[in-house]
Design a protein around this ligand. Structure first.
Ligand SMILES: Cc1cc2nc3c(=O)[nH]c(=O)nc-3n(C[C@H](O)[C@H](O)[C@H](O)COP(=O)(O)OP(=O)(O)OC[C@H]3O[C@@H](n4cnc5c(N)ncnc54)[C@H](O)[C@@H]3O)c2cc1C
Length: 481
């Protein structure tokens, strides 16, 4: 049994590992920043809590929601208002028809009249039914596979904005197997895609989220949830429940093996260097930090982790006086249908806008609307991978750009009474082609280092639920020893 463990990184992955190790070990968490939580961060705007990192917790897989329940926050979990996924595309807000899988329309007929695709692109989409489908042996990019089956315009206008929302990534670089595993499974079987996805949706337990499907009267899984008061509460509750010693402002710089086979972590703090020793170490930091710490011990893992690209983004949170355009999320809605209480929109990169997404917090999360009844809270997101130039200007410029583009999307919405910018430099790892094999090599290399475990957003999914799962697995590895 492991007696003492140092967890490097006080984001949700590391804190989950600390919690799950509680019964087996004395745990110390080292967090380089002044506060724990990493990308789960709740700030305050106009006196109201607002999430400046992850604003939704995946609920279709259980780990994040279960963790919240485990640490006593179950009663504070909230569902979003039902609303269709909406794209700001070709100059108007256009809801995606229900039944899509990550933007892939399983029913091409449902696209008619939406203005989302040109007639040629809609016709190209249907070719999927008749195109030969050879089993796909190797991993390829999302764009290579989907472009081949459905056409490039469908990739650019339907799939890219959804992938952009999650990864801030580009379909021509992202791995099909790592980011769209269900689609990759169809590709590997060599079947026409749309029919296979339609079939999957009718099988219990495999349906894609259908938030806000107006036709659906039956209970269906809620795809995401959030915590009343902000998701930033989760890491703090997990830290408290873990009983771990938490050292903030303490950045690990070096990992050393002792002659007795234990591990030493050299850290820097505001008061100078700190040397700690333990039986085991969990590295719960971004890939580029883990790469540096592992360099002397596992050079192969260092190379693979160091090669993972990251996207930088900024989240601009704003409070507006309430206006009809904002509350209804309606604006210049494409084909005349007002959107009932829209939750925001995603933006295809091909339209050349600065905004990647906007989330109408006051509409989406009831608790947030109630917390500031006179205001309308929203956030925009700027920056995809290889779009660093969009983040070069100062904060006030990002706020101005957001307001200008919101005006274009929604019509007159007034000026914000408060705004703040949170920058996430290298905030989202990119799962490039071959990611799954890369991570398998990393795990093999680190498997040769007794007492070292890895967890975090770089490995099996960037979402909070996936990160929580890696934290639990890391704890189990060490406990089983
Ligand atoms: C803007 C944004 C929005 C997102 N929205 C969502 C969403 O809505 N839903 C969702 O599920 N996911 C979302 N994500 C993804 C998700 O929030 C993250 O992938 C997840 O929170 C990462 O958790 P982590 O613990 O692995 O890493 P992090 O949160 O990055 O935590 C790692 C911690 O390690 C610390 N650290 C780094 N190096 C060292 C060192 N050498 N020594 C000590 N400490 C160190 C860092 O300061 C940090 O606190 C979003 C991400 C971003 C950036």
């Amino acid at each position: 049994m492991t007696r003492s463990v140092i967890v490097v990184g006080g984001g949700i992955s590391g804190l989950t590992a600390a919690l799950r190790l509680r019964a087996d070990a004395e745990v110390t968490v080292l967090e380089g920043a002044p506060v724990i939580g990493g990308k789960l961060r709740t700030g305050t705007l106009a006196g109201v809590p607002v999430d400046e990192g992850a604003e939704s917790l995946m609920a279709l897989r259980p780990e994040a929601v279960r963790l919240a329940e485990d640490v006593g926050l179950g009663d504070d979990l909230c569902d979003p208002a039902p609303a269709p996924t909406t794209l700001w595309s070709h100059g108007a807000l256009r809801p995606l028809p229900p039944g899509h899988v990550m933007g892939i329309p399983t029913d091409p007929d449902a696209l008619a009249g939406t203005g989302l695709l040109s007639d040629e692109a809609a016709a190209r989409l249907r070719l999927d039914e008749t195109l030969p489908a050879e089993p796909q042996a190797d991993d390829v990019s999302v764009a290579e596979y989907l472009g081949g089956r459905l056409g490039q315009e469908a990739v650019d206008r339907l799939v890219e904005p959804l992938l952009g929302g999650v990864y801030a990534g580009r379909p021509d670089r992202l791995s099909l197997r790592a980011v769209l595993p269900r689609v990759a499974a169809v590709a590997e079987r060599g079947e026409p895609l749309l029919a296979a996805l339609r079939e999957m949706r009718t099988q219990p337990g495999t349906a894609a989220p259908r938030a806000g499907s107006p036709k659906s009267g039956s209970p269906r899984p809620v795809p995401v949830r959030s915590l009343r008061g902000g998701n930033g509460r989760l890491p703090h509750a997990v830290a408290a429940a873990s009983g771990a010693r938490i050292l903030t402002g303490t950045r690990a710089r070096e990992l050393q093996r002792t002659p007795a086979g234990r591990w030493r972590v050299l850290a820097v703090t505001g008061d100078g260097p700190l040397l700690l020793e333990a039986d085991a170490v969990v590295l719960a930091v971004p890939a580029y930090e883990a790469a540096e710490l592992l360099r002397p011990h596992a050079p192969l893992a260092d190379a693979d982790l160091g090669a993972i690209q990251h996207a930088s983004t900024a989240v601009v949170t704003m409070a507006f006086p309430r206006t009809e355009a904002l509350v209804r999320g309606q604006g210049s809605a494409g084909h005349g249908d007002p959107l009932p209480g829209g939750n925001g929109f995603l933006v295809p990169a091909v339209d050349g806008r600065a905004l990647k997404a906007a989330t109408f917090l006051s509409n989406k999360w009831r608790w947030q609307g109630e917390a500031a009844p006179d205001l309308f809270l929203l956030r925009t997101s700027i920056g995809r991978v290889a779009e660093e130039h969009r983040l070069a200007p100062p904060d006030r410029h990002l706020i101005r750009t957001s307001v200008r583009e919101l005006h274009e999307a929604l019509g007159p919405i007034g000026e914000p009474v408060a705004a703040r910018v949170r920058r996430w430099e290298r905030g989202l790892p990119q799962y490039g082609v071959g990611h799954i094999e890369r991570i398998a090599r990393v795990r093999e290399a680190v498997g040769g280092l007794p007492g070292i475990a890895l967890c975090g957003a770089a490995y099996d999914g960037v979402g909070v639920a996936a990160c929580v799962a890696t934290g639990t697995t890391a704890a189990r590895q060490l406990a089983e020893g």
